[in-house]
Write a protein that binds this ligand. Structure first.
Ligand code: AOF
Ligand code: ZN
Length: 368
């Protein structure tokens, strides 16, 4: 790698790092960071997109300028926008700034932009280099890209199991399999997601709180997907003063007489069947780029079958729970041939005191 290439990479990595400061707050928008150097290659400004509705990264960088950008270079991890949305088009600001060159990591999958931003810059005589740090940028904005391409939210299924692959005892006695550190990691993990989903059975059995315990404000949306609408009167999710709750029900099976028992502060939506794809679409339309599925085995299996899950986070606890008295996560899959099984790739693996955390990936995304 030449010194020049190394320097360009360094500034793009900085743009990606700035972009990631918006993690958890930008949805439905992407995480974007921008770095501007002057014609001598000196850093003269930085910016990032803080949250939806606020200045785009490029606009923030232009408002932080410490020197004349004419003849300089912009580094940005997503193609600059060319539409007038909540804020003016960034390409207009780039063109009038006199910058001579723009490095862009990846194209914007948003149909309002999608290559048109790059074309406008080139038509204005600006050199555009596409593809620098592409992999890192795809990874950073995988949820935003997934929602734009598929119309569904990027899904991560999280569960905890014993070393022999058991979820717990069927009698419900072993509610917590993992240690307290793994459980507080889950609270942190939730902060990276726009919504946390469980099924009606998990609500009835566990009565969970599903919050980050104040790590993120506003808290992610808490969602219950139900076939019956039949819930206990007292549920932690009904307390909505610090965290919103949405109940999505299957109108083909639920008895709507139970709607009156759901407190006023809880939002309710219906879908035509128990297919989790309907849920994922509704949440995508509400602007959720990402969903953490914390549901039980039935809904998890259906969500995997319907392509609603892209990644798995598994906590493994060093316990042996044994056979028939235990629940397993994917017993609803009945594979009869190795050609049909689901193959995953291991991503991150780490030890959390006595437990192990494994992230596995189901498929790889490509750029727009
Ligand atoms: C951002 N921040 O830094 C960049 C974005 O809702 P709007 O009007 O803010 O437009 C959002 C779209 O703008 C988004 O889908 C993406 O295509 C483009 N670029 N968005 O929120 C940014 N550069
Ligand atoms: Zn923009």
């Amino acid at each position: 790698m030449s010194i020049e290439q190394y320097i360009h990479k360094k500034w793009m990595r900085r743009a990606i790092q700035l972009a990631s400061l918006g993690k958890g707050f930008t949805s439905p928008n992407p995480m974007v960071g921008a770095v501007i150097t002057n014609k001598s290659g000196k850093l003269i400004s930085e910016g990032f997109h803080e949250k939806t509705g606020t200045k785009h990264a490029e606009a923030m960088a232009f408002s932080n300028l410490k020197d004349d950008p004419a003849g300089g270079t912009l580094y940005v991890n997503l193609e600059p926008c060319c539409h007038r949305g909540k804020t003016p088009p960034c390409v207009d600001a780039i063109i009038s700034s006199g910058l001579k060159r723009v490095f862009v990591s990846i194209k914007d999958p948003d149909v309002r932009v999608s290559g048109k931003g790059i074309k406008l810059l080139k038509d204005a005589g600006i050199q555009v280099h596409l593809g620098l740090c592409e992999e890192e940028s795809l990874e950073l904005n995988k949820s935003f890209i997934h929602r734009n391409i598929t119309g569904t939210s990027f899904g991560v299924f999280k569960w905890a199991m014993s070393i022999d692959g058991r979820l717990g005892l069927k009698n419900g006695e072993s509610k917590w399999i993992t240690n307290v550190n793994s459980r507080s990691l889950v609270h942190k993990l939730r902060a990276d997601f726009d919504a946390i989903v469980i099924g009606g059975n998990t609500l009835r059995k566990d009565n969970p709180l599903l919050t980050t315990r104040g790590i993120k404000k506003p808290e992610p949306l808490r969602v219950v997907f139900t076939k019956t609408l039949n819930f206990p009167k007292e549920c932690k999710l009904w307390e909505t003063s610090y965290s919103d709750t949405l109940v999505v029900y299957d109108s083909s099976s639920a008895d709507e007489k139970y709607l009156k028992d759901i407190p006023k502060g809880v939002s309710v939506e219906k879908v035509p069947s128990d297919n989790p794809k309907f849920l994922s679409k509704i949440l995508a339309q509400k602007g959720c780029n990402s969903i953490l599925w914390e549901c039980g085995p039935k809904l998890a299996t259906a969500a995997v079958k319907e392509g609603c899950i892209q990644e798995f986070i598994t906590f493994i606890s060093p316990k042996i729970l044994g056979g028939d008295n235990c629940m397993t996560t994917f017993s609803d899959f009945e594979f009869t041939s190795m050609t049909n099984i689901i193959n995953l790739n291991f991503g991150e693996i780490k030890q959390i005191n006595s437990d192990i955390y494994i992230k596995s990936l189901i498929n790889k995304l490509s750029s727009a």
